[in-house]
Design a protein around this ligand. Sequence first.
Ligand code: SAM
Length: 207
Amino acid sequence: MDLYEQRERRRAKLVADTPLTDLGYFQTNNCRVLPNRLELLHHLPGRGIVAEIGAAFGSYSAEILARNRPRELHLIDAWDTDRYRVGMKEIEKSFASEIRAGRLHLHQGYSTARLKKFSDNFFDWVYIDTNHTYQTTWEELVLCDAKVKREGHIAGHDFCTGNVVRPMVYGVIQAVAKFCAEYGWQYEYITLESHGHFSFCLKRLGL
Ligand SMILES: C[S@@+](CC[C@H](N)C(=O)[O-])C[C@H]1O[C@@H](n2cnc3c(N)ncnc32)[C@H](O)[C@@H]1O
């Protein structure tokens, strides 16, 4: 099998393994468009218990702290690849005072393993930004359904079908649509950055 054929087979498998879900009007009619994910931080409840799942070097964490002012911010990240390994050390250094004050907590490990360790109904909101595959995003969303309070919010990054610069297929849109349909959530905000790497935010149906 040549390289072209291998790539085509991988692509076909990805499509076959990623189910598509039709949304109802009731899942989108309360959704508002925001210009960017920084603005989103002003629309999420402040002074809460928050998780950023996939924090890398802490650049969005800094924005969460400054703009949303959570009571506690929990960063969950594997920090296990050459690209991101140094992120944890950098965060420990640049956010030393927040860590000492008990405002910032670091949890190293895979998102799905670490999320299970929190009590149910713990978070006011979470922001998912890990590997963007369909399977991981789906598992993270299902875990967050239990870990986020009834009136809470689930947000996340890279609400798009992939990275076209460094070719990579994402499954975030498909996982989020299936999650809304099966777990009773609706879209609350979508951001519309011109680079196309949008964020989403969900709340439960009926709220
Ligand atoms: C795109 S970066 C996060 C960027 C960050 N949210 C920001 O906006 O500044 C993705 C991060 O997710 C982490 N990651 C990837 N897959 C993961 C997984 N399955 N569990 C935990 N962390 C993961 C990587 O280590 C990396 O630090």
